[in-house]
Design a protein around this ligand. Structure first.
Ligand code: NAP
Length: 288
């Protein structure tokens, strides 16, 4: 199938490689064009602008950071979109914006799915992402065989925006779990234990989590290389807070964790992986 992919960063690039491996023709575009060009060696066709990128594509994927970035791309491709093309936005953005995009393109015969993902860079490389999809059942049925190349669990959550709302619920659990893992390991070390042994002891029990088991070992050696940037998690927590305000819902634990991640950013961790919350907690506790 002829596909287009816009946004070939940490997540987008390995996802494109999976689609190429599955035999699809993929035309790619990225704002910093070198990142798109890096995929030419894998067989991607590099477009020089977004509207050239979508020409003749059955499906157009976007994987860019935030709501304004998706809106910019939609604006850039809007006049070149033709009916029957399917736009699949896999970025994490505002559910309300996803609904608006779907409504505005529906009148042109262009279907839109919001299909944000969880599972990080390793999931993108292995094709084991969790994919949460909002949109019409017809559009979901069209996209499902392609999405199966990218994710091990692809779930249709409901109408436009439902994928994003699911993803934001996921991010509440991710941020709280990651901070809990960091605090548990800090506590264990200050209590005189070897935190690596604590990880071994509790990593298979009731405290087990993807965050504890995958990021705990990185926290112990201060490996803050990004799989998922602190700045993107802070963006997601802002989206959660905006949606919660819309629902009139108090989320006190989320508010606390947001302020911890904002402190981590103020300490210079915005371009680090979100496991760097462990370093921030050490500094807050004045622990060496
Ligand atoms: P990233 O590495 O920053 O990649 C985003 C890419 O989009 C960058 O290469 C950026 O180009 C490009 N871009 C931005 N605006 C653009 C535009 N107008 N036109 C074309 N390209 C544009 O971020 P990521 O980690 O891949 O995350 C992408 C999305 O997935 C985010 O919404 C994030 O929240 C979500 N997500 C990430 C993870 C993870 O673990 N990383 C997990 C789940 C979900 P430049 O190089 O010019 O900046």
């Amino acid at each position: 199938m002829d596909l287009t992919w816009i946004g070939t960063g940490i997540m987008g690039a390995p996802m494109v490689r999976r689609l190429l491996k599955a035999g699809h023709r993929v035309r790619v575009f990225n704002r910093t064009i070198e990142k798109a060009r890096a995929l030419a060696a894998d067989g991607a066709i590099v477009a020089s602008n977004p509207s050239e990128a979508i020409e003749g594509a059955a499906m157009i994927f976007t994987m860019v950071p935030d709501t304004p970035d998706v809106l910019r791309v939609i604006d850039q491709i809007s006049s070149a979109l033709v009916s029957d093309q399917l736009v699949i936005d896999m970025s994490t953005i505002s559910p309300a914006a996803s609904r608006k995009i779907a409504d505005s393109l529906a009148s042109r015969g262009v279907a839109v799915l919001d299909a944000p993902v969880s599972g990080g860079e390793p999931g993108a490389i292995d094709g084991t992402l969790t994919i949460m999809v909002g949109g019409t059942p017809e559009a979901f049925a069209r996209a499902q065989p392609i999405l199966a190349n990218l994710g091990k669990r692809v779930t249709h959550m409901g109408a436009a925006g439902a994928g994003q709302t699911t993803k934001l619920a996921n991010q509440i659990a991710v941020s709280l779990n990651c901070t809990a893992a960091a605090e548990a390991l800090l506590f264990a070390r200050q209590g005189g234990l070897d935190p690596a042994r604590v990880l071994e002891a509790i990593g298979d029990g009731a405290a087990a989590s993807w965050q504890l088991n995958n990021l705990g070992p990185k926290m112990l050696v201060h490996d803050n290389r990004p799989g998922f940037f602190v700045k993107l998690l802070r963006k997601d927590l802002r989206l959660v807070a905006e949606a919660a305000k819309e629902y009139g819902l108090a989320l006190p634990a989320l508010a606390l964790v947001s302020s911890i991640y904002n402190t981590a950013a103020a300490m210079g961790h915005d371009d680090d992986g979100h496991q760097s919350v462990a370093d921030a907690l050490e500094r807050i506790a004045k622990v060496k």
